[in-house]
Design a protein around this ligand. Structure first.
Ligand SMILES: [Fe+2]
Ligand SMILES: [Fe+2]
Length: 382
């Protein structure tokens, strides 16, 4: 028999537990709320069956152990538990139900009206409390109230769950939107940063005889050298963006000097060389890493590895790496470009100048990298 109902002797006053249990499935009450009544006294269980059997699907247990088995097998909407039973106390069962089956309503049944038990029942979350002997009407209304309260509590739980889920969904949606907005802001900043640099380079181009194509080509070659030197990709990107600003200080150099075809006088040379410090003044003290790198490049791209450069005569690794890289990329591209005072050089001649400058003007390691990767550098100029 499903449900494994214990064997109980027939009672002359009514049906046995078996008869009751056999009777349950035949009532066509499968969709009715399920009630588990636990009591060691058969007459109480019969009263429960008589009172609640027509409205609910009742099942019966005569001990805590049996009730525990039933609960493990089926879902009950309500548990009617007697407190005073031989063996384990019904209160243990009630506490267990409250903990393990929080969706099961509990009605406590006691033979002694003890406020302490009533308080304990309230504490564990029992929805009803009956003192024996009770009338069928009392049992019915307590059961109905307990089930109604359970329904309300479950509806409230479901409502909270839905609210929580929708709050979580909204938070997730908000997080996605925020991440997207941040990404867009970063992209916008990147593109406006790049545009600012390009416009600055264009301003220099309008003033200087050097073309915008030169600053772009030398910046690409500088980035190639940075990559070949093993710099981190973010630093290579900064170098690519900062290099076009290397001659920004020429904005303060007079047109006559910039466009002079013959050799410069000493004063003119000094004025021309000032573009390094002026460029540094324009770009220095920025909170932007890009502009700080550009400032260092502007100041040091005419320093020589052997200390014979300007404006400070720094040598070796005292010259910032980006300054050393731009120094060679700038000269390499300038040699291969037409200038107002000379035509573009053939590649072989330019390479000879780079080789001659190895260890004097240029850091040997970087000069070697350029010479070894000449084809790639020339592709960038195409
Ligand atoms: Fe320069
Ligand atoms: Fe240049």
């Amino acid at each position: 028999m499903p449900g494994g109902v214990r064997e109980v002797k027939a009672d002359a006053a009514g049906p046995t537990f078996e008869q009751i249990s056999e009777f349950v499935p035949g009532r066509g009450t499968a969709s009715l709320p399920r009630i588990l009544a636990t009591d060691d006294r058969p007459e109480v269980l019969r009263l429960v069956d008589r009172t609640l059997g027509k409205r609910y699907r009742c099942e019966f247990a005569s001990s805590v152990a049996e009730a525990r088995e039933r609960l493990a097998r089926d879902v009950f909407e309500l548990a009617l538990c007697d407190i005073q039973m031989p063996g384990e106390s019904g209160l243990v069962l009630v506490e267990e139900i409250a903990k393990r089956y929080p969706d099961t309503a509990i009605v406590l049944v006691t033979g002694v009206d003890d406020p302490e038990i009533a308080e304990r029942a309230f504490e564990v979350g029992a929805q009803g409390y009956l003192v024996k002997p009770f009338w069928p009407g009392q049992l019915l209304i307590t059961t109905m109230n307990a089930l109604r309260q359970r329904q309300l509590e479950m509806a409230e739980k479901a409502r909270s769950r839905i609210l929580l889920e929708s709050a979580e969904k909204r938070a997730e949606h908000f997080r996605d939107e925020l991440a997207l907005a941040q990404q867009q802001a970063i992209e916008e900043l990147r593109s406006s940063r790049q545009e600012t640099v390009e416009r600055l380079a264009r301003a220099i181009e309008m003033h200087d005889a050097e073309t915008g194509r030169h600053v772009n080509r030398m910046a690409s070659i500088a980035a190639l050298l940075g990559r070949l030197l093993g710099l981190a990709s973010e630093r290579v990107l900064l170098l690519r963006a900062a290099a076009p600003m290397h001659d920004v200080g020429k904005i303060a150099t007079s047109d006559g000097i910039l466009r002079k075809e013959g050799p410069l006088t000493l004063d003119e040379r000094e004025e021309m060389q000032r573009h390094t410090t002026v460029g540094h003044q324009i770009l220095a003290d920025s909170g932007s890493e890009l502009l700080r790198m550009a400032a260092a490049i502007a100041l040091t791209h005419h320093e020589h590895w052997d200390g014979s450069g300007y404006p400070t005569g720094l040598c070796g690794e005292d010259i910032p790496l980006e300054g050393r890289i731009v120094a060679i990329a700038d000269v390499f591209d300038a040699l291969l470009s037409d200038r107002c005072y000379r035509p573009a050089m053939p590649v072989s001649e330019a390479m000879q100048i780079i080789e001659e400058g190895r260890g004097a003007h240029f850091e040997p390691r970087i000069a070697d990298l350029l010479l070894k990767n000449l084809d790639e550098a020339l592709t960038l100029r195409a």
